[in-house]
Design a protein. Structure first.
Length: 125
């Protein structure tokens, strides 16, 4: 299980210790997603979804307010395979119960195209 937290990081709050953190670069959530799609950096699917959500807000204050106002979610992943690559399906996706990415209906998934951009979809059917 992985937990993600959102909090402000004032100057000096993050320390590069050459332990767990060896290489670093500050970037916006949208910038990190662009660099992933360009093949410059790797991002795990849970981090991709968190960055995608954070990229929807134009400021740290807006993001923190929106995150504080909602109920935390839990994601139980089912992986389906399509010709383009794997698809992570979550509750709310029409294909989630059977692990079928071709099922018609609502979407809550991350399509992870091999060698191409990933696509996060979330909408009612």
């Amino acid at each position: 299980m992985t937990w993600f937290f959102a909090a402000p990081a004032p100057a000096g709050a993050v320390v590069i210790d050459d332990g767990e953190i060896r290489e670093h670069e500050w970037m916006t959530p949208a910038g990190a997603l662009e660099r992933r799609d360009a093949g410059d950096i790797e991002i795990a699917p849970p981090t991709f979804v968190s960055l995608f959500e954070l990229s929807q807000w134009s400021s740290t204050d807006d993001a923190l307010a929106a995150v504080a106002a909602r109920t935390p979610e839990r994601f139980a992943t089912r992986i389906a395979v399509q010709a383009e690559g794997p698809v992570a399906l979550w509750h709310g996706d029409a294909g989630w119960p059977q692990g079928d990415a071709s099922a018609e209906g609502g979407r809550h998934r991350l399509a992870m195209a091999r060698g191409g951009p990933w696509r996060y979809e979330r909408h009612a059917g």
